[in-house]
Design a protein around this ligand. Structure first.
Ligand code: NAD
Length: 341
């Protein structure tokens, strides 16, 4: 059977998770990688045994690709996704799909028009702990959700920002701790609550980072149309990447994620636990441990869905609520006003 021809745009930090995961797929060929920084492109091409390009358009035009992974700065996601979709490719784009909601909505329409997958990388949804809670809520064994809370206290110090030519800027990253770090936990909250947004009211600050323009602190209220009130707190000036915490209070119990481990305590005394499966570890090299194996699972799913012509999980439509939430947090934080949907 003909292999699916794919490529990765952007050879920075996260690209390793994509490239290594692609190489593990038996029905997929990593044809090429691309980066405007020649040294990065060359090193990656040598490591993964593929070609390299410095211009993604040239790569797409020449390589008869079937799919592409976008691992570039946030402001480039819409223009690259658009080029790929209009050149007949399925797209797996790193989060966020866009900085501006209008761009994300335009891409959603385009993906439907050209009938191609546009998946966004929210790999935490593939973790066993996330799935345990999702299934308990979806099967109604926890009863209705009453409220939720999200806590993200991570470390992104000045050294981290000083190494990047786009992180920490409004125009290229689109924000700070919310759009870059807390977005995964906010996405899990949205996925669990599974209701359209009603109102978002947030405050943003930069309290500890002189060298960046964007938020390093954020907190707020997220109100859903099903009546659930949730709160979030996110900072990236903590001393280390503390395990994220998400708690969902339900009629029949409390579900909690700490890091990747989920614990559900039912009011009747039952306890269910799910955590990272140690047998599922893959060697990605020197990368952040909390990235886990979610990328491997989502990339395996992406290619299975393409091969089997199936619906895709984490499609841009499915995760659009998180795009809306993040944009509303920024709008509310910048204007000091609540945002109503
Ligand atoms: N899902 C996750 O857990 C996770 C974790 C980290 C980063 N990310 C996301 O991955 C993306 C990349 O983040 P990163 O930390 O790897 O950034 P990075 O800066 O390390 O890598 C980005 C790469 O894109 C390259 N690039 C810039 N413009 C380009 C262009 N026009 N054509 C080709 N290449 C270009 C840069 O030279 C750089 O090598 C972001 O969207 C980020 O939010 C996701």
């Amino acid at each position: 059977m003909k292999k699916i021809r794919t490529a990765v745009i952007g050879c920075g930090n996260i690209s390793v998770m994509h490239s290594v995961s692609i190489l593990k797929q038996s029905n997929v060929e990593l044809v090429s990688v691309c980066d405007i920084k020649q040294d990065r492109a060359q090193i990656a091409a040598k490591k993964y045994g593929c070609k390299f390009y410095l211009d993604y358009k040239e790569m797409i035009d020449k390589e008869a690709l079937d799919a592409i992974h976008i691992c570039t700065p946030h402001y480039l996601h819409p223009v690259m996704a658009e080029y790929a979709l209009t050149h007949d490719l399925d797209v797996l784009c790193e989060k966020p799909l866009a900085i501006q909601l209008e761009d994300a909505l335009r891409l959603e329409t385009l993906a439907k028009t050209v009938n191609h997958h546009l998946m966004v990388s929210f790999q935490s949804r593939f973790n066993p702990g996330s799935l345990l809670i999702k299934e308990a809520i979806a099967s109604n064994s926890l009863g209705a959700i009453i409220s939720g809370r999200v806590m993200v206290t991570w470390k992104r110090d000045d050294e981290y920002y000083s190494k990047s030519d786009w992180k920490g800027t409004w125009d290229k990253e689109g924000g700070g701790v919310v759009i870059a770090q807390a977005i995964h936990s906010l996405d899990l909250l949205n996925w669990f609550v599974d209701s359209p947004l009603k109102k978002v009211e947030a405050s943003l600050h930069n309290r500890c980072h002189n060298i960046i323009q964007v938020d390093d602190s954020a907190e707020g209220l997220i109100q859903y149309q099903n009546g659930v009130n949730a709160c979030f707190f996110a900072i990236n000036y903590y001393g280390y990447d503390a395990p994220i915490e998400i708690e969902i209070l339900c009629e029949k119990g409390i579900a909690k994620i700490v890091g990747e481990k989920a614990t559900i305590k039912y009011n009747d005394g039952r306890v269910c636990i799910a955590d990272r499966n140690p047998n599922e570890l893959f060697e990605f090299g020197n990368v952040k441990q909390y990235w886990g194996v979610g990328h491997m699972k989502e990339i395996t799913h992406f290619y299975e869905a393409i091969s089997n012509k199936e619906e895709i999980k984490n499609s841009c439509s499915e995760v659009m609520i998180t795009q809306k939430l993040v944009c509303a947090i920024y709008e509310s934080g910048k204007t000091n006003k609540p945002i109503y949907f």
